[in-house]
Ligand binder design. Sequence first.
Ligand code: 4AD
Ligand code: MG
Length: 431
Amino acid sequence: MGKTTIQDVSKHLGEEVTIGAWIHNKRSSGKIAFLQLRDGTGFIQGVISKNDIGEEKFDQAKGLTQETSLFVTGTIVEDTRSPLGFEMQISDFTIIHEAEDYPITPKEHGTEFLMDHRHLWLRSKKQHAIMKVRNEIIRATYEFFNEQGYVKIDPPILTGSSAEGTTELFHTKYFDEDAYLSQSGQLYMEAAAMAFNKVFSFGPTFRAEKSKTRRHLIEFWMIEPEMAFMDHDDSLEVQEQYVSHIAKSVLQNCKVELEALDRDLTSLQKIEAPFPRITYDDAVKLLHEKGFEDIEWGEDFGAPHETAIAESFDKPVFITHYPLDIKAFYMKPDPERPDVALCADLIAPEGYGEIIGGSQRIDDLELMEQRYKEHDLTGDAYQWYLQLRQYGSVPHSGFGLGLERTVAWIAGVEHVRETIPFPRLLNRLYP
Ligand code: 4AD
Ligand code: MG
């Protein structure tokens, strides 16, 4: 009688197996009890009949409490009604540990209560499905970039400088020096691209943003590819291919999870490269037509603007060529129109907002020095970055995809707080 896991039961059809599991839920009627079991790899229904198992064991089964852990033995049979396609006819079970008064019951709980119990909430069906989608997006990310010949490079987390603006930095001491938690590995990835051509990173980033919205985390994970010899248009092609690959992989490998999340699949099926592109200029015009009279050229878009623009397309849309003044110091001005940058944000459909920010980088030393001055960037912290423009500078581009916003969109989850195992929010550092 072999030990297996729920995700592998299809390999044991008709066999008797043992699974280590927890009681997720249960109900009984007359001589039959139904145990909803979870083992971390999935959920399965176990059926116990009094006639098969005997009265004493049957009464014990009826008394099993939520989250009690046990070894369950039984035969795997087909069950076309369940999302998994299988159930277990239980022949025996042994309790490992009895759980008393598990705080998260099948009834509704408030968000704050659930967030306070995040360490337990992760066991629930919806949270489990979201984390599995997250895991699949990470897996598909490595697959995509490895297949395309990218080298994974890990930029530092403790840094001496800011990449995306000094107001959102987490400050700490590095012995006698000042240090900051990384907001983006980009500047280091540019150095890496000059050494390895095509590179990508995947790591945590920190933004001390006082934003309390459904799209903002204080600590979030970013995937940052950087490509030597690629211009702005080349980079957009990589982005749309990458995002299409993510959507396709999740559709293929997370069927049970997408069903548990009640995700509308038709909108996911539409995510296929190429994606539409609209310039910032045209986006402003579009917003005026849609009744956003207040927005003026030169202003950044807020969440309602992004949502309104995205509504005009049924795929993710690139907004390109933003005014240089509202973007980061490293972005290359468009040679044909130096007041706009060779950059794009990728806006997800269905109101999920910006999931990617990217650009072609300035490769000219003098221009970069001039941008330093304009942005008051002084000190040794940035000297190494200038040297990248001094020794064989080449056109290069890159982008950053926010993992949690992408998970929220693909999984169809309203708030990014449910897309990371232990969210760090403006008012939350627990658990
Ligand atoms: O647009 P951002 O700030 O771009 C950069 O950091 C560039 N250095 C990336 C690069 O070119 N290598 O951030 C990139 C993405 C955003 O599009 C968004 O998806 C996500 O990171 N993001 C956040 N996600 C959750 N919470 C926050 N506070 C976020 N800030 C940005
Ligand atoms: Mg951005």
